[in-house]
Design a protein around this ligand. Structure first.
Ligand code: F1P
Length: 356
């Protein structure tokens, strides 16, 4: 394959994501009555919300649950789809009501479909599937569905489908909480996303060229923890190399032992936690690591701790800004793959849909 053809589809999908976010927001607005009814409490009490998925879609579920808990103040959690049918008694109480929200780009992944089947047969509550394909088994079987049609992908790895489905979840949260300010923040994301991509494309390529042989460690707190996992997975899938993921402050509790020269620590910094997070960058640099800091805006101390610095300058809150970090880490993974001679469009041992 000619070098120029490698990663063609993946790159095109990363670069086009801010545009398809607009359709994702429209999809939520058009379904507002269904969404409000789905989250309305039954007279017999509060239902717990379970976000579920596999791979990238499970990473999405982690950020979705944290976002929902913060914005809507509802009792949500994230579980890998396999846990729903393999260990249901650890999740569901017989006297309780639940909402299941399966997330799946394809809507065909076996465990996601099995989780929905188990839920519909054994648990009291309704389901709402979020996917990119309206005729998929998940979309057809669930009680309700939201479809990010424009975010379909040719690539094996998820990029724009991930951010579009996350944006739909953020928009659902803003609707359910009647949070006008959050809704306005989400409306600004497409334009801001286009700017982040234009500003950071060349820089992420430059960092990838320099750091292609490094060991990668991704850190995130709160809603950024699921995103750190997703960023780390992009490196594994596209660049076929090891990467690790931790909560920022967990990293000192053992994992810091593996840091040394040749380590790149990539931190997805939140405003709410940055006072603690910036001290960690200082600790890992003392041990020889280099740092890529992705944040809203760096103060002097944070800027000093960054070997590479991406400032998003969005003006948005932590819970609205989150999807803007993803084009940066996706581009970095894609260019790392290309720098290592891999083809991001054809990851080793992987297919678009996993069926068991
Ligand atoms: C989930 C998933 C992807 C992964 C690969 C296999 O797919 O695990 O995260 O990159 O392509 O499938 P889906 O359930 O979201 O379609």
């Amino acid at each position: 394959m000619p070098e120029t053809e490698k990663g063609k589809h993946t790159l095109a999908e990363i670069l086009s994501q801010a545009d398809v976010w607009r359709e994702a927001l429209r999809g939520v607005a058009e379904n507002r009555e269904m969404i409000n009814a789905f989250f309305r409490e039954a007279p017999d009490g509060e239902a717990q919300t379970l976000f579920t998925g596999c791979g990238s879609s499970y990473n999405l579920a982690m950020t979705a649950a944290t976002t929902f808990n913060h914005i809507v103040e509802k009792d949500s959690r994230a579980v890998p789809s396999s846990e729903v049918f393999l260990f249901p008694h650890a999740l569901f109480r017989p006297d309780h009501r639940y909402r299941l929200i399966p997330l799946s780009r394809s809507g065909e992944t076996s465990e996601a479909v099995l989780a929905l089947d188990y839920f519909q047969e054994n648990v009291v509550g309704d389901s709402l599937a979020l996917t990119c394909y309206e005729n998929s088994p998940l979309a057809r079987k669930a009680d309700h569905r939201l479809v990010a049609k424009a975010s379909w992908e040719k690539s094996v790895v998820m990029t724009r489908s991930f951010t579009s489905i996350l944006l739909m979840i953020q928009a659902m949260a803003s609707l359910v909480a009647s949070d006008q300010k959050y809704q306005e923040e989400l409306q600004a994301l497409s334009e801001l996303g286009e700017k982040v991509i234009a500003d950071q494309q060349a820089y992420t390529q430059e960092i990838a060229d320099k750091e292609k042989s490094s060991k990668f460690i991704f850190l995130g707190s709160g809603p950024y923890y699921g995103l750190a996992w997703e960023s780390s997975l992009k490196i594994k899938e596209m660049a076929i190399t090891d990467s690790e993921t931790y909560h920022f402050l967990e990293f000192r509790h053992g994992p810091i032992s593996i840091v040394g020269e040749g380590t790149l620590v990539i931190g997805l910094v939140a405003e709410a936690s940055k006072e603690y997070e910036k001290k960690l960058f200082s600790d890992v640099r003392d041990k020889g690591a280099r740092t890529l800091v992705i944040c809203e805006k760096a103060d002097d101390q944070l800027a000093r701790e960054a070997d590479y610095l991406v400032e998003l300058n969005s003006g948005l809150s932590d819970f609205a800004r989150s999807i803007l970090y993803m084009p940066v880490t996706q581009l970095f993974a894609c260019y790392t793959a290309l720098a290592r001679g891999e083809d991001p469009d054809h990851p080793r041992h992987l297919s678009q849909v996993v069926k068991i």
